[in-house]
Design a protein around this ligand. Sequence first.
Ligand code: GLA
Length: 739
Amino acid sequence: MNTMISVTDEREFLLSNARISYAFRASPQGILEHLYFGNHVSGAAGLAASIRKTYRTTTAEFEGVPYYHLADTPQEYPLFGTSDFRHPALHGVNADGNSIFTLRYDSHRISSDKPALPGLPSARGGDSETLVVTLKDAVYGLTVDLNYTIYRDYDVVCRSTTITNDGQHTIELLNVASSCLDLPADDYELLHLHGTWAREFNAERIAMPTARCVIESTRGTSSAAHNPFLAVMEKDATETSGRVYGTALMYSGSFAISIEKGEFEEVRVLTGINPFNFRWQLEPGASFNSPEVLQVYTDRGLSSMSRTWHRFIQDRISEPRFAHSARPSYFNTWEAAYFNVNETSILRLADRAKELGLEMLVVDDGWFEGRDSETTSLGDWQPDPGKFPSGIAALAKQVKQRGLKFGIWVEPEMVNEKSKLYQQHPDWILHVPHRKPSLGRYQYVLDYSRADVVEHMFNQLDELLSCGSIDYIKWDMNRLMTEAGSALLPAERQLETPHRYILGLYNLVQRITAKYPDVLFENCASGGNRYDLGMLRYMSQGWPSDMVDPVGRLSILNGASYLFPPSVLAAYVGPSPNHQNGRHSSLQARFDAAFFCAARGISLSEADLDRDADEIREGFAVLRESADDVVNGAFHRVFHRANETCWQLTSADGNSVYVGYYHVLSAPNLPFKKALLRDLDPNAEYRLTKNPASTYTGAALMHSGLALPWVDVLQYNPELEYMDKGDFSTCILVLEKVT
Ligand code: GLA
């Protein structure tokens, strides 16, 4: 029996759980009109009052129906050119050479399972219901299935679209949005995440202008430039109050989220594959599936939106085998040795890692044939015989004999010109005729739109993993797509290459992760250049940025936390001065900055390890104690200001509360600061484990606040010595529940 989806005789559709509802209806003309997305309502009664019909000067009337114009009608899947002048969800060209289609309600079906999207990642169902509404264009045989899933325990609506050509002639698709959300006229603000290499996930909050804004990637990866995420919120919404509509696209290629405030001030949010540089030939009988979009609603501010994302991503997107487990702490060789790795040094580092209390040794770049620099060898995934004479399987075995797990880095989507693979198959890269393809980091992108290339790489990875001694793979992707054409596709299909590439990539990662379910995969693309829910569906954690300097990481993690939970985030303690921004920082600051990421490691030279062994060992002992809590706890942004950041994480059982306080630049005579904590038991008592071991009630912590330590060198207090004085001063405070 369906309990979350209801349909009335008037064809009003209502999807509800105990907290949220989503509603639309088929108009008498068969147009799917959006009615509502918001707090729970018990029925659709009254919602249709939002659809008003009036005389509008200059606006055309749809198919001659008086006062019915689509330009001011909120819709579920709008088209262009039949009285709606806003950007459409679907745009294509029919055999007559025009772009006019009309989609009318045809039928619907409801099921209690959530079918997987063919060839694309999607959230898992379970205690959820799915509604599929079929719309048809009577002239050209275009059929559109709109898929909606609602969950009982998560305030998320999943949406996707399947386009089928039931006509006689090819239809050229120019834009297939996964979803449209037409919000009523209001003052909204937008929050999105933008950046570049080593400066990913900057949160920008802007007022919605009366214009069209596009958050997008044209780069072939979802990219660090803009993450496929957007929050539209009520003006002045805060962390703890206000209506927020969150959108995230589960896709790893070029995407677009278009936000358009039209002439009547409604705001239309279209999300999907970027229509720019996209064209798809849909032959008779063929279907096209859009990626899945997730929509979140809350009226309790950004913190509540993030909690919904965090729980949902951990429970319904991450691989259950890893999602709730503490991740192995690791030594990564990259910033310790760069390309200079060999069997002897790795085994020496493995011994050191073991002594320091780490659980895994990861060999990063530099291990395969001839790979002494960035200029060579990508594509040839055989161990370098000079560096690793006994091979990787034997090395892994020896590392494991020391009681450590073993991990290794790969970049399977790339090839250097200087490689056997490129010499043998120069046409296996993305390229177009008559032009030399552009290089990025001395490498070309392999053409994953080709099944033979994907098959070859599957076999390479299979050979590597089949030794059975590899516990972890860091899957990297270090450049963007240019000249994105394929030698195998005909001219009219060349613009299908980037999306076909992503389908090839998903095919490969799906097959390899399914064949090796015990291997933990970490997603990386020069840091956060492809840090999205598509990749995280297959890979349980991700490397959000190459920036590991503690100050540089603050805004990256703060921004990432709007969408991503600590359980998918990786961080390591890197060198000082930092290799990306040159900043000097204490080991404590570097450990504290890694604290709220589930996967924690270290990448330091042997000289650094010698010098700081005791502090490092102690640092990992502290991290180990909190490892389960950080994976499964509830994370909150307490504040993130120009000079200071404070985050809170409450363990799943509510018994431990971790508060990270990060003060950037010191100054004399500073004010006394407090942190207003969130979501504690107001009546319980919590004791600070550090000196002074003060006790607070939950209510006091939430409403009066936790007194934060001083960084001011003049305000000397021996009891607060645990916070370094001066610049880049950090601490993790722990509160234990006592009653
Ligand atoms: C990228 C990654 C780094 C490292 C290097 C290796 O830059 O983000 O962490 O793995 O590649 O070449």
